[in-house]
Design a protein around this ligand. Structure first.
Ligand code: C5P
Length: 209
């Protein structure tokens, strides 16, 4: 038996994390949020007081990351996401993390990987690829609402500017930029509930299984 991989890509706050968890649970597949691997490297560097712009140091840290204990609750901070998108431009870091992500993708009976380059680089042969997106305004609104709901404080304009900045860094980098794979199904969730997105994803996956 071989593993069945579902690749889910898209920009920050498009709803791909929630969708990936629902899909993985529904099909009984293993799930890897690959953003956490970049965040874990960033946090390890920040905690150790190491520079974020030294590729050799960041690569060494990336090679030591354990996929098992990754937990979004300790990696969610804005500063960690920001640092993650900085080290994510480094080819040596990407090489190290992509190797670990590919090993994960081979797990049976199947896997869901979500990130920015799963359908294009990590698992180009995945039988199902989804590209989940939403307008920058809608994504910033969701992120803002999350921060407020969690008891934090923020200015909508700042959150919006951050979303745009992260998009630019992820889409314009030379190595593995964020873009839909040619054979990805596009899912624009701007006007869609999570239930509707989940239904649409199931229809696409069921047709490929
Ligand atoms: O999705 P999340 O916000 O946790 O990802 C943090 C950062 O990690 C992203 O902004 C992106 O720069 C990077 N990333 C990436 N490739 C992936 C997943 C995340 O470059 N597959």
């Amino acid at each position: 038996m071989t593993s069945f991989t579902i690749a889910i890509d898209g920009p920050a706050a498009a709803g791909k994390g929630t969708l990936s968890r629902l899909v993985a649970e529904h099909y009984g597949f293993h799930h890897l949020d690959t953003g956490l691997t970049y965040r874990a490297v960033a946090k390890a560097l920040l905690d150790a007081g190491l520079p974020l712009d030294d590729e050799a140091i960041a690569e060494k840290t990336a090679l030591e990351i354990e996929l098992a204990g990754l937990d979004r609750s300790v990696l969610a901070q804005h500063a960690i996401g920001e640092a993650a998108s900085r080290i994510a431009v480094m080819p040596a870091v990407r090489r190290a993390l992509v190797a670990a992500q590919r090993r994960f993708a081979a797990r049976e009976p199947g896997t869901v990987l979500d990130g920015r380059d799963i359908g294009t680089v990590v698992c180009p042969d995945a039988p199902v690829k989804l590209y989940v997106t939403a307008s920058p305004d809608v994504r910033a609104r969701r992120r803002y609402d999350e921060i407020i709901a969690a008891g934090g404080s923020a200015e909508f304009d700042t959150v919006f500017a951050d979303v745009k900045k992260r998009d630019a860094r992820d889409m314009e980098r030379a190595d593995s930029p964020l873009k839909p794979a040619d054979d990805a199904h596009l899912l624009d969730t701007s006007e869609m509930s999570i239930d509707a997105a989940f239904r649409a994803a199931r229809d696409i996956i069921d047709a490929a299984l």
